[in-house]
Design a protein around this ligand. Structure first.
Ligand SMILES: O=C(O)CCC(=O)C(=O)O
Ligand SMILES: [Fe+2]
Length: 189
């Protein structure tokens, strides 16, 4: 449900901003729908399995800004990070298409609980599996715990695009029916 629409800066204040964002949103939405086809194939489902569930999908693009670090410190297990830009979390939709920032800062928690940098790679996207996909696939896909710490003296920008099926889509995990945003834990078969 959309309660309020987006509030856009005026064209005078930020010329071209609305059109650039709109164009990016259209392209990344297209890519996300394509990614869902790859997820389907990887799960031994027909390629178009998710198509009808993504006719008016949840898709939120967020523009992130991380100021330069005042006290740049390397990633070090013995050092307590004080300048965390975005604390440890997993995303909660199906998956996130993350446009790599030109500056480093994204860190992924490895399965053995070690923070590991995910440095930007020019012209690439990072795909983070999110909680809904993990629940839906009964843990076949696992959501990625990640955080952002800008350890550089550069400003950092990034654009995550959080993607989901239609918010009114009924989905099933094994024999358990769940509704979006009304999830319960299910046992792994
Ligand atoms: O800025 C980034 O690279 C990641 C952003 C993020 O994880 C989020 O907004 O959920
Ligand atoms: Fe995130």
């Amino acid at each position: 449900m959309v309660i309020n629409g987006n509030v856009w800066p005026s064209e005078d204040d930020l010329p071209g901003f609305f059109n650039e964002i709109k164009e990016y949103y259209g392209e990344v939405l297209h890519l996300a729908r394509h990614m869902f086809r790859l997820f389907a194939l990887s799960l031994n489902l027909p390629e178009d399995h998710f198509d009808a569930m993504c006719t008016h999908p949840g898709g939120i693009a967020r523009l992130m800004y991380y100021p330069p670090a005042k006290d740049p410190t390397p990633l070090d297990a013995n050092h307590k990070d004080v300048e965390i830009g975005l604390g440890a979390h997993s995303d909660y939709e199906c998956f996130t298409v993350l446009l790599s920032s030109s500056a480093a800062g994204l860190e992924i928690l490895s399965p053995d609980n070690v923070w590991t940098p995910a440095p930007p790679v020019d012209g690439s996207f990072i795909i983070n599996v999110a909680d809904f996909m993990m629940r839906w696939t009964n843990g076949v896909y696992k959501s990625t715990v990640h955080r952002v710490v800008n350890r550089t003296t550069k400003e950092r920008y990034s654009v995550p695009f959080f993607f989901s099926v239609n918010y009114d889509q009924l989905v099933e995990v094994g024999k358990v029916s769940i509704k979006h945003y009304d999830m319960h834990l299910t046992s792994v078969p």
